[in-house]
Design a protein around this ligand. Structure first.
Ligand code: KIV
Ligand code: ZN
Length: 497
């Protein structure tokens, strides 16, 4: 029989506290609704005592979503607990998450209290929270570096005080997987009343071991995992939801399951990345741009023969339309032929050899060969919208100004102009371009990179557009980042047939 692992999402608390990731209440509600649709069991909505904004977000999220348990974080402080309880007043299912540091470092240098005092404050906080809600989770902060024996005493005391879930955070991301796993096992074997509570993992990624530690926790008896979308969170982040959900889904031998609807993973990842302006690294497991992209000839050939040769996850199962074959100088004939077929061309062996020879010459000069290059190689130069060029661009933006952009496009020799407002200069410019073209396009990805380091250097923009369920890529470079963005946008548009 499979056992359920509870998914506790802390994107809106541990994730959102990262500098630059702050969301307003409306955006938090959007993320909370997406997390509810994704199927998370517990949603940590914020740390209500920390600011009126956070308090209000917990109130509004409690009203907006009904399936997940809504959780609010507190310190082991009465006032925090009272404010958290108040913020949860509209939640259909509610939880208070309270706790205190239990490592020597935290007790000695942060809290400056004796272990006995910590033990008392931990139990008192849980008892106090119980006056307001039935479901109380206790976190033993920095449990990863704490003495197992003392940790076990604290956990026993808080369960006696009524804790329903006991969270064992590796707050600093220090533990090795075996060490973290055996800590959970130690608690399972040495805490008298451990069967009365669910053990939760909360692992940080400072040494890149958050997911491994979480899984070791689960293998040793934890049945709740604290995770974030894209692994965002303090410093190097938290365990990522998508990784744990897909490990459990892929490894049937574990006899575990989660309530996550995996086909919504990619969409949720994009939403969080876009709203928090936090790009996902290209090689990030499950949701990175390259997670299902194959570029070496050997791999491309293998994947074209049978996808499973080089993919352990079907991209469709996480909401990615299809795997991609990136054409570079390392691609073989099989990959080139596959792309030619996708573009509607069919060649015999000799013709293919000839195109492949020219393909390699071009690929040595260019990093990546796109569909337009392929058409040129075959002699079938694509006309389409290629005659769209950026003629002029003017933007007004700045603090307290409403961003406005005026764009002039040369379309088939005629100049067309449009003006639009937006939530920033790039958004305003893209909206103006959309007014001038006849196609409906959706921006799926937008990435800005500085090519070098000075503020006067070139910026490179990569965009990914969707039109009629197909994806088009565009690039632009300029010392002016808005111009580079519009050039990239137009570059992608001109590739649409
Ligand atoms: O990392 C940590 O210890 C935390 C707790 C507040 C749960 O985020
Ligand atoms: Zn944390």
């Amino acid at each position: 029989m499979t056992e359920k692992v509870i998914i506790f999402d802390t994107t809106l608390r541990d994730g959102e506290q990262v500098p630059g990731c702050q969301l307003n209440t409306i955006e938090k509600i959007q993320v909370a609704k997406a997390l509810e649709e994704l199927g998370v069991d517990v949603l940590e909505a914020g740390f209500p005592i920390s600011s009126p904004g956070d308090f209000n977000s917990v109130v509004e999220i409690s009203k907006a979503v009904s399936n997940p348990v809504i959780c609010a974080l507190t310190r082991a402080v009465k006032k925090d607990i009272e404010v958290a309880a108040e913020s949860l007043q509209f939640a259909k299912k509610k939880r208070i998450h309270t706790g205190i540091g239990v490592s020597d470092y935290h007790m000695r240098y942060k809290i400056k209290a004796t272990p006995e005092e910590i033990l008392r404050r931990a139990a008192d906080a849980v008892k106090y929270a119980k006056k307001f809600v039935e479901d109380v989770e206790f976190y033993a902060e920095d449990a990863g570096r704490s003495e197992n024996e003392f940790l076990a005493r604290v956990i026993e005391a808080v369960i006696d005080a009524g804790a329903t879930v006991v969270n064992i955070p590796d707050t600093t991301g220090y533990c090795m997987p075996l060490e973290y796993g055996s800590k959970i096992r130690y608690l399972k074997e040495n805490v008298r009343n451990i069967d009365k509570a669910i053990i939760s993992t909360h692992c940080h990624n400072d040494l890149g071991m958050a997911t491994a530690n979480t899984m070791m926790g689960v293998l040793n008896g934890a049945r709740q995992v604290e995770v974030t979308i894209n692994g965002i969170g303090e410093r190097a982040g938290n365990t990522s939801l998508e990784e744990v959900a897909m490990i459990i889904k892929s490894h049937h031998d574990l006899n575990l399951e989660t309530s996550i609807n995996s086909t919504l993973i990619y969409k949720t990842s994009r939403l969080v990345s876009n709203l928090m302006s936090m790009p996902v690294q290209a090689n990030k497991a499950i949701v990175g741009r390259n997670a299902f992209a194959h570029s070496s000839g050997i791999h491309q050939d293998g994947v074209l023969k049978k996808r499973e040769n080089y993919e352990i996850i079907d991209p469709v199962s996480v909401g990615v339309r299809e795997s991609s074959i990136i054409l570079t100088a390392r691609s073989g004939r099989a990959a080139l032929n596959h792309r030619l077929e996708m573009l509607g061309f069919s060649y015999g062996k000799e013709e293919l050899d000839d195109i492949y020879h020219r393909f390699l010459l071009l690929a040595d000069k260019k990093k990546e060969i796109n569909d337009e290059d392929i058409r040129i190689l075959t002699g079938q130069v694509f006309q389409g919208d290629k005659s769209v060029k950026l003629e002029h661009l003017q933007v007004i933006c700045g603090k307290s100004a409403i961003p406005v952009a005026t764009v002039g496009l040369n379309i088939n020799g005629e100049i067309h102009t449009a003006t639009s407002v937006g939530n920033g200069p790039v958004d305003a410019a893209f909206t103006a371009v959309k007014q001038l073209i006849s196609k409906t396009v959706h921006l799926e990805e937008f990435l800005i990179q500085a090519i070098t380091q000075g503020s006067d250097d070139l910026g490179k923009v990569h965009v990914q557009l969707e039109h009629d369920e197909k994806i088009y890529y565009g690039f632009g470079t300029s010392t002016d980042i808005v111009t580079a963005s519009v050039e990239a946008f137009i570059d992608a548009i001109t590739k649409i047939k």
